[in-house]
Design a protein around this ligand. Structure first.
Ligand code: HEC
Ligand code: HEC
Ligand code: HEC
Ligand code: HEC
Ligand code: HEC
Ligand code: HEC
Ligand code: HEC
Ligand code: HEC
Ligand code: HEC
Length: 326
């Protein structure tokens, strides 16, 4: 062998070794709990029956989850099958059952670790980077703050009853069913941490949440995806998905409605509920005087500026620059 051939072979060997070692280290360096899955081989997975031997209650309460049907599909790769799809490979767990770095414990893991475990499969709902930008992720609210996997029986939320009692007086005309594995119905769930906002829906004028015709998620995107962010990021765009007739374009736009002065609709409306009809911030000239400070009492001494004969086309007009007719 010539010298240059020799050195190429040596170089290639070193390279192969480095890549090999690199791969090994990559597996170990992945954040918990992904490192558990990364270092496992097919034999590390012991199967659901084994887990059920020692964790009878959880094995039973798991049956009512839609996950049960999915993870029992024998065509799936082993790391997505049975209990181990979420809790990690059993062999590593059995090395030391008390060691919480060897099993995914959802009650004891950090919120970030929980999202990694769930998003192994739920990348189609949202990507990890999108989740981590939400104020929930940043405030350490975990998937399992809202979702519950193991439950008593189908349709019945595990600790939902406790949460339903959370409101001193009932909010709902009819109590909605919990869905999407939420711990309880969506509004009660959100209200557990956002009581002030939920109480705004008790005001006389409000979006019809107590009537069960809307939920918080119609306007708030708990799981941001590319498509939903496009709709939800700008308040005006979100409102006009349901109130299309307010979106224009009009020949004569009213700047705040078009969103040219700020956040659009919420410059005049309260999004949740209000003491004033039409969810308005104020039901008098004060509403318009927020901006039109030059229009004193001499301009029109009456109460509201959108009386018949005045600016009835407050959202925009196709015929009148002063917004007095549609
Ligand atoms: C030989 C019995 C045994 C088997 C088999 C077993 N475990 Fe465990 N597991 C335990 C014990 C004991 C603990 C520790 C309980 C404690 O510390 O209170 C534990 C702890 C856990 C925890 C953390 C519990 C907590 O309180 O946070 C999870 C999750 C878990 N096991 C899931 C599994 C899964 C999934 C399987 C199947 C892959 C499995 N176990 C197999 C005995 C077992
Ligand atoms: C889709 C993910 C998922 C699967 C699959 C799953 N679990 Fe769980 N498990 C959870 C979550 C999340 C919790 C926390 C409590 C809850 O949400 O119900 C939990 C809680 C537990 C606990 C209590 C300790 C802890 O982590 O808080 C044990 C033990 C457990 N599961 C065992 C099992 C067994 C046994 C199976 C299979 C029969 C199984 N799990 C399948 C997600 C899963
Ligand atoms: C092994 C892959 C896998 C893992 C891990 C996993 N899921 Fe799922 N999940 C699925 C699949 C597949 C479905 C759809 C099941 C169906 O509708 O039949 C689903 C459905 C759901 C649903 C919707 C249920 C419904 O009724 O609409 C929620 C919520 C959910 N998962 C939350 C979680 C959470 C929280 C975790 C982490 C604790 C988790 N998942 C972990 C695969 C997974
Ligand atoms: C603040 C509460 C909250 C948190 C935290 C949360 N979710 Fe959800 N999730 C919801 C609500 C509400 C719905 C129902 C939305 C709907 O009906 O479309 C839902 C629906 C889902 C669904 C079913 C619908 C779909 O988009 O496919 C999945 C899957 C899901 N969540 C997974 C997750 C995962 C994974 C995490 C953690 C990374 C998580 N969720 C964190 C509230 C939450
Ligand atoms: C476990 C508690 C908890 C639950 C349940 C919860 N949130 Fe939150 N939410 C928080 C925390 C903490 C923050 C961040 C701090 C703050 O702004 O108050 C937050 C922030 C928000 C924000 C403000 C976003 C921003 O950028 O300012 C909205 C909107 C929101 N949550 C909506 C919801 C909705 C809708 C639900 C029900 C599907 C829900 N939350 C359930 C705890 C929770
Ligand atoms: C009709 C649409 C709509 C509905 C329904 C709705 N919200 Fe909002 N919410 C908004 C808008 C718009 C804002 C932004 C208000 C602002 O910036 O002044 C907001 C703001 C918030 C904030 C942040 C408040 C702050 O001070 O930063 C929270 C938390 C919140 N909503 C929770 C909820 C909860 C919980 C529900 C269900 C009970 C809900 N929202 C239903 C449109 C809605
Ligand atoms: C998911 C659909 C939806 C979204 C998004 C939505 N709304 Fe509504 N809005 C409704 C429904 C439904 C009603 C009740 C209408 C009824 O009772 O006939 C309503 C009522 C109203 C009313 C009171 C109408 C009246 O006649 O008193 C105002 C004002 C309003 N919405 C403004 C807004 C604003 C501002 C936004 C954005 C922050 C918004 N809406 C977002 C569905 C929606
Ligand atoms: C400059 C203040 C202002 C802005 C900005 C504004 N509105 Fe209004 N809106 C009003 C006033 C005033 C009324 C009451 C009109 C009446 O009662 O005749 C009203 C009434 C409504 C109503 C109920 C009555 C109807 O005509 O159906 C809806 C729905 C509504 N607005 C939606 C919106 C939406 C959506 C946006 C954002 C695209 C928006 N508004 C922006 C002032 C405003
Ligand atoms: C958030 C600020 C804001 C609010 C609130 C507001 N406007 Fe305006 N309005 C404007 C701006 C900006 C223009 C563009 C012309 C200008 O700069 O005066 C405008 C234009 C108008 C015009 C067209 C005539 C003109 O001066 O060009 C009328 C009429 C009008 N507004 C009526 C109202 C009425 C009635 C209300 C209360 C229901 C109202 N506005 C609330 C900001 C506002």
């Amino acid at each position: 062998m010539r010298r240059w051939q020799m050195s190429t072979v040596v170089l290639m060997l070193v390279w192969a070794l480095a890549v090999g070692v690199g791969k090994e280290q990559n597996k170990k360096n992945q954040p918990f709990p992904l490192n558990l899955f990364a270092q496992a081989t097919a034999e590390s997975y012991i199967g659901e029956k084994e887990c059920a031997q020692c964790h009878k209650t959880q094995a039973q309460t798991f049956n009512a989850s839609p996950h049960a049907l999915y993870v029992r599909n024998p065509k799936l790769s082993v790391d997505k099958r049975g209990c181990e799809a979420c809790h990690g490979p059993g062999e590593i767990h059995l090395e030391d059952v008390k060691d919480l770095t060897k099993v995914v414990s959802f009650s004891k893991s950090k919120p970030k670790e929980i999202s990694l475990a769930c998003l192994r499969c739920h990348a189609d709902t949202m990507r990890l980077s999108q989740w981590h930008r939400t104020s929930h992720a940043q405030a350490d609210v975990a998937c399992t703050s809202c979702h519950q996997i193991h439950r008593e029986e189908k349709g019945k939320a595990g600790n939902g009853e406790k949460l339903t009692k959370f409101f001193a007086s009932p909010l709902f005309v009819t109590a909605p069913e919990p869905k999407a594995l939420l711990k309880t119905d969506e509004v009660t769930l959100c209200g557990q941490c956002h009581q002030r906002e939920v109480n705004e829906f008790r005001l006389n004028f409000r979006h019809p949440i107590p009537e069960g015709r809307m939920v918080c998620g119609d306007c708030h995107d708990v799981h941001p995806s590319k498509a939903s962010q496009k709709r939800m990021r700008v308040v005006k765009d979100m409102c006009v998905t349901c109130h299309a007739e307010k979106s224009g374009p009009f020949v004569f736009e009213h700047d705040p409605v078009a969103g040219w002065t700020g956040e659009g609709c919420i410059e005049c409306h309260r999004p949740h509920g209000s003491h004033n009809p039409r969810l308005l911030k104020a039901f008098s000239r004060g509403l318009c005087n927020q901006c039109h400070t030059d229009k004193g009492n001499t301009h029109y001494p009456g109460q509201s500026c959108w009386n018949v004969g005045c600016h009835v086309a407050v959202h925009g007009s196709n015929t009148d620059v002063w917004l007095r007719k549609p």
